[in-house]
Design a protein around this ligand. Sequence first.
Ligand SMILES: Nc1ncnc2c1ncn2[C@@H]1O[C@H](COP(=O)(O)OP(=O)(O)O)[C@@H](O)[C@H]1O
Ligand SMILES: [Mg+2]
Length: 280
Amino acid sequence: MKKNPIVSLDHVSFQYEGHEQYALNNVTFDIYEGEWLAIVGHNGSGKSTMAKLLNGLQFPQQGEITVCGIPLNETSIWDIRRRIGMVFQNPDNQFVGTTVEDDVAFGLENYGVPREEMVQRVQDSLHKVKMDQLLHQEPHHLSGGQKQRVAIAGVMALRPSIIILDEATSMLDPRGRAEVLDSIRTLKSEKSLTVISITHDLEEAAKADRIIVMNKGKVFQEGTPDVIFAMDEQLIQLGLDIPFSVKMAKALGKQGIKLSKYYLSEEELVTELWTYRSHM
Ligand SMILES: Nc1ncnc2c1ncn2[C@@H]1O[C@H](COP(=O)(O)OP(=O)(O)O)[C@@H](O)[C@H]1O
Ligand SMILES: [Mg+2]
């Protein structure tokens, strides 16, 4: 399969005004159409800065960013913002409507989408995140996970090619997190959406097609979850916490129990151990 870059960062550097340190330092990589890319890294490694640059909230001092073949600059930014949807960390700061339905309609109103089409798009996108039963619900009746799913629906209603989730699950409880990840998986499977999920949760990153590890404003490593989890101790040194199943697999390895892959989800690990046992 030929991979088409949908986003390219070419030697991008960025410094906040009055700061000596580069928040991003000579960053180069491509993001491919239709992939689910996770960007991980310690606090302050530059992940949110990258999200801000991709959305044109800041502009790099050096280097170039291209989105959907368009060089990102002050003139192209409005066009590019239609193609990139962003979901942020705090579910409460993102809810602008008085009901679920209004909240999703808000962005569409801003883009002047005709009423009939608007109703349809609101319905469709809320259906995809399993919130269509709660159209008239007010935000204070919703859980954090439900609010984030409404935020995702609001973004999806605008039909972007790319969605960026910046720590979108980090304030949620395990159930809310699972609901949101499930919604993203559904969206991914239905269309050629490109997902960029920024997270410090490696368990979440493990679900992605590919992971980029950031360290101090630079790309430290890039690869499939299996390749990244093989880095093992190095990840801990970078301030990241390895998923439980990976720690478990490693401990089992020390006991001579070799598993098929480096990264297994907890379910896969259990299945593999059952099979392992029945062979003994
Ligand atoms: N608005 C800002 N003004 C000045 N420095 C900032 C600002 N936002 C972030 N930084 C600095 O830029 C670096 C990268 O931060 P950030 O992109 O937020 O990292 P991450 O999202 O990975 O935690 C950090 O050193 C941080 O302190
Ligand atoms: Mg951040």
